[in-house]
Each structure stands twice: as C-alpha cells, then as structure tokens.
Design a protein around this ligand. Structure first.
Ligand code: OFO
Length: 169
C-alpha cells in the first residue's frame, strides 16, 4: 500500500503530465494555423507521449492500492510569437517537469518507498531524453532565424517523428 503523502504527490504529477498533454495540444493547434505539418506531427507525438506518462502513473497508483484523484487542468496558452518561442517554452516546461519528477522522488525517498523510486527511475531517464530532443530542435530553430526555406526543411524533418508507445516502469 502506498503512503498518503506519496499518493498525493503522484496525483499532483498526473495533473502535470495531463497539463503537458494539453499544452502541447495547444501548440499543435498553433502549428496547424501556420500550416507547418511537420511541426504538427512532432507535437502530436509529444501529446501522445504525455498521455502515456500520465497513464503510466495512473495505472501504477492503482497497482499500489492507491486512489487516483483527477484535478482540473489549467488552461494553456493559445498563441506564440514564433516557432522559436514555442520551443523555448517546451524546453523550459520540460525542465520544470524534470524538477517535479525529482521532487516526487524526494517524497518517495522520505517515506522510504523503494518500489516507487525504482518505478520513477524510468521517468527520470525519459526527462533526460526529452530535454535533449527538444534542445536539438531549439538549436536548429535558432540557426533558421527568418529563413523560410530552412524552416520548411526543418518541417520536413519533424514530419518523420513517430510515436512508439513507451513501456513504462
Ligand atoms: Fe512527461 O515528459 Fe514531457 O512533460
């Protein structure tokens, strides 16, 4: 059985993951408006990944005899100044999520829940990968600047991303 304190921390993180899904869906809609279909594809993979992250914790809480308590999801922004501004926000959001996973692990450590710590290891590794992927796109966007041709080339590249359902835990 999971402790009440850790259960609450997991529920908070489920909300953060669902907010991430919502934020990236809003970014996907922004790229639809710009007709950048590769960026749309990249975001739609991101949306599916965030949903999988939330569900991984949702299922884990049940497995541990905990109670899932869904909270309201904050309204995400709907407009950005440029694709670069979007990816700057994605990176800072992912850094924030990494800090929340670390905080969740702190709670697991505090209540000496080693099983939860080992489960959360997967999320920590995933964050390293996410920050690195996003950082790569951001670096290219900084080089692209106002070059429309280069932006379309990047768009083609991002069209190749595919969603592979993660095996969590
Ligand atoms: Fe769930 O990893 Fe991004 O936020």
């Amino acid at each position: 059985m999971i402790s009440e304190k850790l259960e609450k921390a997991f529920n908070d993180q489920i909300n953060k993951e669902l907010y991430s899904e919502y934020l990236y869906l809003s970014m996907q809609a922004y790229f639809e408006r710009l007709n950048l279909k590769g960026f749309v594809n990249w975001m739609s993979v991101q949306v599916q990944e965030e949903h999988a992250h939330a569900m991984g914790m949702f299922n884990y809480l049940h497995e541990r005899g905990g109670k899932v308590e869904l909270e309201a999801i904050e309204k995400p922004e709907i407009d950005w100044a440029s694709p670069l501004a979007v990816f700057e926000q994605v990176l800072s959001h992912e850094e924030f999520v990494t800090s929340r996973i670390n905080a969740l692990m702190d709670v697991a450590e505090e209540v000496k829940d080693r099983a939860a710590l080992s489960f959360l290891d997967w999320y920590l590794k995933e964050q390293v990968e996410e920050e690195s992927n996003v950082g790569g796109v951001l670096a290219t966007l900084k080089l692209v600047k106002d070059d429309a041709k280069a932006l379309l080339m990047l768009d083609r590249e991002l069209a190749a991303r595919v969603f592979n359902p993660p095996v969590i835990g």
